[in-house]
Design a protein. Structure first.
Length: 278
């Protein structure tokens, strides 16, 4: 299921898909009365661009050996990946109703053995990039052509394990590895630059041997261009810093740290859904 972007009409299709995904995120979290809504909303365009335009994948064959792999390193933001996978056809849309319910395969963190389309179980922050780097090296050793895409949170990259993975990816020239940082500047307990300053990010990653760029993480054209450029850059892994807005799409959630992991009430849910309809 892929939307090939050729002109503004195709970009409009991606934007409409992003709106649908945001509505499903809110519905899941509200129904479960639990889940991470802010960081899921901020990363919608990244996942929509990957799954509907950029990645090779086939929902009918989740284990297709030649598929590209996506790893949600900021594993608490499962609403966005579940909404996209269900829409693509990896499992029935009705399964979203079971989000975070006992016995459901759609839990608060990704669990690869039970959920079609989930490549790696994540949740412990920093784990996803390390795992992807190891898998990417294995693919290069086997001379396989598929790529690994990773989404990290900006609070997550305060973890030391992230920087160990960065060194590893540089050492082995993992040009089949493309990582995004969802740079919304907010983490569970405040502003990232107050908790543990990260800026300037690009020079840090460049010093670790990565090719870097910074984009508007809500602009499909910029996301697509950054990834296509990374695909044609041999010899180095790529880090894409995507400037985003936590809670994007819902006015009263945007740039509010309290929406990191707070479910909306009935009134808040109805208000948010009305905004997204408009």
């Amino acid at each position: 299921m892929q939307i090939v972007v050729r002109d503004q009409t195709d970009l409009a299709l991606l934007k409409e898909k992003a709106r649908e995904v945001r509505r499903r995120i809110l519905t899941m979290v509200h129904r479960a009365n639990s889940g991470h809504v802010g960081g899921s909303l901020s990363s919608v365009e990244i996942l929509v661009a990957l799954y509907y335009r950029l990645m090779r994948h086939d929902p009918r064959r989740p284990a297709w050996p030649e598929r590209d792999r996506f790893i949600l390193s900021k594993g608490h933001c499962t609403p966005v990946i579940y909404a996209v996978l269900a829409d693509c056809g990896y499992f029935p849309m009705s399964d979203l109703r079971t989000f975070r319910r006992p016995g459901s395969h759609l839990q608060g963190h990704p669990y690869a053995p039970k959920t079609p389309g989930i490549e790696v179980s994540t949740g412990t922050l920093g784990l996803g990039l390390s795992t992807a780097a190891g898998m990417a090296l294995g693919a290069k050793l086997r001379k396989q052509s598929h790529r690994y895409y990773v989404l990290c949170g900006d609070g997550e990259i305060q973890e030391g394990q992230i920087w160990e993975a960065a060194m590893f990816a540089n050492k082995y020239h993992l040009d089949n590895l493309i990582a995004f940082v969802d740079r919304n500047y907010l983490q569970t307990d405040g502003h990232s630059e107050e908790i543990m300053p990260l800026d300037p990010l690009l020079p840090k990653w460049e010093a670790f041997g990565w090719r870097t760029c910074e984009i508007d993480g809500h602009d499909f054209a910029e996301i697509i261009e950054a990834v296509e450029t990374a695909k044609g850059a041999p010899g180095k892994p790529t880090l894409i810093v995507a400037r985003t807005v936590k809670g994007k799409g819902v006015s009263f959630m945007e740039n509010v740290v309290g929406w990191h992991g707070t479910p909306p009430t009935r009134e808040e849910y109805e208000r948010a859904m009305k905004e997204l309809e408009e």
